[in-house]
Design a protein around this ligand. Structure first.
Ligand code: GLY
Length: 319
């Protein structure tokens, strides 16, 4: 018997960090995020699976040089780009990912290729080997703005702990931030999937591993799916994505699972954000950082969190 069709839902993020206000950033980021929603949501209406829509959304965000993933990734302390990405299929409850991969346009494609593999999380050497096997052409994701940002920080002896959340000339100088991209989808068969992709924190030491390719930063079951952004070490310490999802599996509504988890993260002085969906279609987001660059499609309307302010740590729309 065919599964009953449900209204697809989609939420994406392009990082979290300090405010973009007054820097010309809000409208630029809004356009970028809304464009992705406008391209991916119709695919869901045409029957794309949650996993297919997640991969497409991640590719589009990775290809946008503004965000710290794929093209436009930040440079590490040695001036190299190393990217990480993960994909989790909620129905199969199956995680796959790559850690610290270079010279590829879309790290999420490697995570997709690993979904059906017996070895599902690869580090740098394995990821490079996989790139070759898949015959993906070598690609340099470096942008001028990220190079300038790194050169500026080198002059300052890398005193800043992270690169800017969004790559914009007018934002580079003073935007301490925490960029990453993420996509969470509920498809018309009620299936959930999530993907997260990042260039890392920027200026980090060689070999540092991001939360984005761990269940701490990207996790899904049949009941809920969550993608995180922010300082990876803070996300790992909270085990945030898995923590929220497991709370839903144990019976808490998604919004309450976010509220409880973000209260704990705030008390622990973490700097992070997250987006999530559950199988009822509830859309939720949360942040302890100043701003969360997220946008969503409810099926009836598009909205975003770019100007979401106040003291609440979470917000959302019920299913
Ligand atoms: N959340 C991205 C990173 O810290 O690498």
């Amino acid at each position: 018997m065919a599964a009953q069709r449900v209204q697809p839902k989609l939420i994406i993020h392009g990082g979290a960090g300090s405010s973009l206000k007054g820097k010309g950033g809000v409208e630029i980021v809004r356009r970028s995020l809304h464009r992705v929603l406008e391209e991916v949501y119709p695919l869901l209406l045409s029957g794309a699976t949650a996993q297919e829509a997640v991969v497409k959304g991640c590719q589009l965000l990775e290809d946008d040089p503004r965000f710290n993933a794929g093209t436009g990734s930040v440079l590490q302390s040695d001036g190299q780009i190393r990217m990480s990405a993960a994909l989790m299929n909620g129905v199969a409850q199956r995680f796959s990912g790559v850690i610290n991969v270079s010279r590829v346009q879309n790290p999420i494609r490697l995570a997709l290729a690993l979904q059906e593999s017996p070895d599902r999380v690869l580090s740098d050497i394995g990821s490079t080997e996989l790139l070759r096997e898949l015959e993906l052409p070598p690609y340099n994701p470096l942008t001028d703005i990220r190079l300038q940002e790194w050169m500026h920080e080198r002059q300052e002896n890398f005193e800043k702990q992270m690169a800017g959340v969004v790559a914009e000339r007018e934002l580079v100088e003073d935007s301490a931030g925490r960029g990453t991209i993420g996509v969470v989808v509920l498809d018309d068969q009620g299936r959930l999937a999530v993907g997260t992709s990042t260039g890392g924190k920027g200026f980090e030491r060689i070999g540092r591993v991001s939360d984005s390719a761990m269940p701490a930063g990207n996790y899904a079951t049949a009941q809920a799916a969550v993608s995180c952004t922010g300082i990876g070490e803070d996300i790992i310490d909270e085990c945030l994505a898995a923590r929220i999802v497991i709370r839903v599996v144990d019976g808490l509504p998604l919004r309450e699972a976010f509220e409880r988890s973000f209260k704990e993260a705030y008390q622990n002085q973490r700097d992070l954000g997250a987006i999530g969906l559950d199988a009822t279609g509830a859309i939720t987001w949360g942040k302890t950082s100043e701003v969360l660059l997220a946008a969503y499609h409810t099926g009836n309307a598009i909205g975003d969190t770019l100007e979401w302010e106040g003291t609440d740590l979470t917000d959302g729309i019920s299913g």
